[in-house]
Design a protein around this ligand. Sequence first.
Ligand SMILES: Nc1ncnc2c1ncn2[C@@H]1O[C@H](COP(=O)(O)OP(=O)(O)OP(=O)(O)O)[C@@H](O)[C@H]1O
Ligand SMILES: [Mg+2]
Length: 312
Amino acid sequence: MDAANTTATPAPVSIDETIALLAGENYVCGRGLATVAFLSMTLDKPLFLEGEAGVGKTEIAKALASGLGRRLIRLQCYEGLDAASAIYEWNFTAQMVAIRTAEAAGNADRDLLQQELFTGDFLIRRPLLEAMEPHAEGPPVLLIDEVDRTDEPFEAFLLEALSDYQVTIPELGTIRADEPPLVILTSNRTREVHDALKRRCLYHWVDYPDFEREMDILRARVPEATETLSAEIVAFVQGLRGADLFKNPGVAETIDWAKCLVALDTVALSPEVISDTLGAILKYQDDIARMAGSEVTRILDEARAKLADTGS
Ligand SMILES: Nc1ncnc2c1ncn2[C@@H]1O[C@H](COP(=O)(O)OP(=O)(O)OP(=O)(O)O)[C@@H](O)[C@H]1O
Ligand SMILES: [Mg+2]
């Protein structure tokens, strides 16, 4: 990004300011999560977020980057991810073209070529290297998403990169971040991530939101849904989470379902409308089959009873 059009915002100086910054991005943040996010920014310590699918782990990194006016650099992890895809690679094709061109022009001096071929021009920057380089708008937000999908050697390598915020390229030397990036790692806990990496970070388990917070999320993300409909949606989804399903619906599903119901001009839930739209909340046929018939009615009745109890 060019220095002239930067829109960097100073980092928050309190937990309340962190909550407000995230609220400005339509991200509803509980005090526990806001506390670790604030400390992560203040102490320059990576933030490790673990939790179920669709509870807002990835989204908080996006919201922080956007709220702070910083660049978001994302390293999406997958099985088999290696250092070359995470830090840098030499652009072999461009190097070959340069060699052929030099040969054709008759000036293929070996030593000179070697020097020229291993410069920044032939380097493909991957997320970790990009995150260590200076940025006009301030240190970027580095999102290392779904770290549980990588393997242990890659974790060890991450640990090294994050312990001194530097990466070494043998031909070029060491590149060290002058200001450390704000690092957010996420995991769905498909396996335990090694202690050594977790110890380097501030840890927070992102749980499903309680009723009030999920209502706030719907108010922020689907303002077109009425309060009454939103309350029914949240109470029903929270009931589903207690129904021992194979895959519980996350906040992402609550939002999607609310949008579907609004698009269908639904005023209030009914067993019929729920059955017709279950595909927006449940993504496994076994779970959908379990909800067939009386189960939907039972959860809806329970949800309504709870709403009546709390006067919502
Ligand atoms: N606290 C929140 N405030 C506002 N929106 C939220 C919040 N939590 C989740 N969302 C919404 O839910 C969607 C899914 O969130 P996100 O992708 O961050 O989930 P995740 O925890 O990373 O899930 P996964 O493990 O599947 O990657 C987001 O696009 C966002 O719209
Ligand atoms: Mg995610």
